[in-house]
Design a protein around this ligand. Structure first.
Ligand code: PGA
Length: 245
């Protein structure tokens, strides 16, 4: 795993966005894995600005999002489909039919998980997966204890994750307690991973990721086994950790 040190959140967002833009320009038909949450918002703002200024095209790009809340429809402002449309897809020339987010309102949720996994395989897999990390080490919604072998599946969100995500909802009681997420095996199959980490609240997670053992109780630790991981972290998240970038 390689760490690139950013000065602050904006710098992290710019570095990560430039990395993605370069890949899109090199491979216009790239399959991108995308993440939601607070951390990637700056990346999407940079991608949008770059599209407007430099015309980077997403016409040939296919995207797969990591996860979606169960029970929220695509037009619910708290759904990740809505987040992606409003923060990114609506502002670039991507074909909506090539943007995939698990369906949180699917009638048969188990079937939806299998279908999503198949869809990724059918497209030849993900070339570059963007990831955030939870303070408990979760990636996607793969909470501590999730098997490293899991493919796309249903998860019960931990109280910590529900609490962390409550900031996006009117009240904590509105946060769904289940989600569909790509599994760790799904994530590990992507050819390349770009992990973005910002802020002091993620310092411990980054420290544990860099210095700890591989452990199912800290899901992100499996990334040590992936051949191509780039971490872009800001100073607040890096703290005193020694990085060689
Ligand atoms: P955040 O979430 O970017 O909102 O902090 C990251 C994550 O939980 O994966």
């Amino acid at each position: 795993m390689r760490i690139v040190e950013a000065t602050d959140y904006n710098n992290m967002s710019k570095i990560a966005a430039d990395y993605i833009i370069e890949k899109v320009n090199m491979s216009p038909n790239i399959k991108l894995g995308l993440a939601t949450g607070g951390t990637p918002l700056g990346i999407y703002a940079n991608l949008k600005a770059d599209h407007q200024k430099n015309g980077t095209s997403y016409q040939g790009v296919t995207t797969f999002n990591l996860d979606e809340y169960i029970g929220l429809s695509s037009d619910d402002p708290n759904s990740y489909r809505y987040y992606m449309d409003h923060n990114f897809f609506n502002h670039v020339d991507i074909q909506k039919s090539k943007t995939f987010v698990p369906q949180g309102k699917a009638e048969d949720i188990q079937k939806e998980c299998a279908k999503y996994e198949e869809l990724i395989v059918k497209h030849g897999g993900i070339d570059l997966q963007v990831l955030g990390i939870g303070s408990n080490g979760h990636i996607g919604f793969n909470e501590p204890g999730t098997s490293f072998d899991a493919e796309t599946h249903v998860v019960d969100l931990t109280p910590l994750t529900i609490q962390a995500n409550a900031r996006f909802f009117q009240s904590i009681h509105e946060v769904p307690d289940r989600a569909i997420t790509m599994g760790i095996a799904t994530i590990m199959k992507s050819k390349e991973i770009l992990l973005v980490i910002s802020g002091e609240s993620k310092k411990e997670a980054l420290y544990r990721l860099m210095t700890g053992e591989i452990d199912v109780n800290f899901p992100a630790s499996i990334l040590k086994k992936h051949p191509s991981v780039t971490i872009v972290a800001d100073k607040a998240a890096i703290g005193n950790l020694k990085v060689h970038s």
